[in-house]
Design a protein around this ligand. Structure first.
Ligand code: NAD
Length: 301
């Protein structure tokens, strides 16, 4: 029989992920600070709760998809460190956090959970909003084998590839390595397209050429940053939705902090971090492919 699930955080990613659980027949209670976000899920058949605690009453599994570490800390441990959701959950509850946060923060929540007899997994995702809608995300999980085994059938509803990266925090480490590379690839792809356009090439023709050549990468395959080269991507929709530049900036900062703490050299990551820090000053809420506007400001309007 299917466990009841509480889903907390219904933004660009959380909403379609929760909708896929509903479609698969799970009973869902949901919470988000934004009414627009909860209304969408209410229409899809979820019970809208008034707090994380309310959402988690009478469930066996809690899933969260929140912006950053501070929000995860605040929901699970509370702002004063004592009034969080963990303290309200029965022993044996499975908690899956799919937000991208620092590995150290994930381990802090995992330790607090374990002292209460609660299973915690860090389970960040890759695949973008397209992958969230299609149910084809990649889940990158850190935590114990038993908890992973319990989570797997639920994650399989929202994702296609489910990796057990290692112990608590390992999912987050793998995720920020991936996103550091994605930040480099997106900034580099925008730069290459701009060089071609400024030298007389059509952005679609150039993109098709690079897609069949050695510069091929995920951004060219499914997330072209130049407007109107592809349909149904943020660049063709005013850079709305998708993965906000301020979230890419957060992930690059997490990668840089990890590199610094462990004395690892990441010069390309450092450059991408610098580019996104500048870009996000004015474009933090736009999708991260809007880094294209660094070269051609007209695409931003
Ligand atoms: P988002 O900002 O669209 O959604 C976050 C949601 O959390 C919002 O609806 C917000 O109202 C809600 N929220 C914030 N604080 C809350 C709280 N205390 N209680 C309840 N709800 C709260 O962000 P997103 O794009 O959905 O990303 C979520 C996480 O997933 C981030 O860590 C991001 O880095 C990661 N991620 C995003 C993508 C992507 O393509 N968008 C891809 C992979 C991973």
């Amino acid at each position: 029989s299917k466990p009841n699930i509480a889903f907390i955080g219904l933004g660009n990613m959380g909403a379609p992920m929760a909708e896929n659980l509903l479609k698969a027949g799970y009973t869902l209670s949901v919470f988000d600070l934004s009414d627009a976000a909860t209304q969408r899920l209410e229409k899809a058949g979820a019970r809208v709760a008034q707090s994380p605690k309310d959402a988690a009453s009478n469930v066996q599994v809690v899933i969260s998809m929140l912006p950053a570490g501070q929000h995860v800390h605040s929901v699970y441990l509370g702002d004063s460190g004592a009034n969080g959701l963990l303290a309200e959950l029965p022993k044996g509850t499975l908690v899956i956090d799919s937000s991208t946060i620092a590995a150290a923060d994930a381990r802090t929540v995992a330790d607090a959970a374990s002292q209460l007899g609660i299973d915690f997994l860090d389970a960040p995702v890759s695949g973008g909003t397209g992958g969230a809608i299609a149910g084809s995300l990649t889940f990158i999980v850190g935590g114990d084998d038993d908890a992973f085994a319990k989570a797997e059938p639920i994650l399989a509803v929202m994702g296609k590839n489910i990796f057990h990266a290692g112990e608590h925090g390992a999912g987050q480490v793998a995720k920020i390595c991936n996103n550091m590379l994605l930040g480099i690839l997106m900034a580099g792809t925008a730069e290459a397209i701009n060089l071609g356009v400024k030298n007389g090439l059509d952005p679609k023709v150039l993109s098709d050429i690079m897609l069949q050549s050695s510069g091929r990468n995920w951004t060219l395959e499914v997330y072209n940053p130049y407007p109107q080269v592809m349909e149904n991507v943020p660049s063709s929709n005013g850079y709305q939705g998708g993965f906000m530049s301020k979230l890419m900036q957060k992930d690059l900062n997490l990668a840089m902090q990890t590199a610094k703490d462990t004395h690892v050299d990441t010069p390309m990551g450092a450059k991408a971090t610098e580019l996104y820090a500048t870009h996000a000053l004015e474009n933090g809420d736009k999708d991260f492919s809007s880094i294209m506007g660094r070269h051609d400001a007209s695409v931003l309007f």
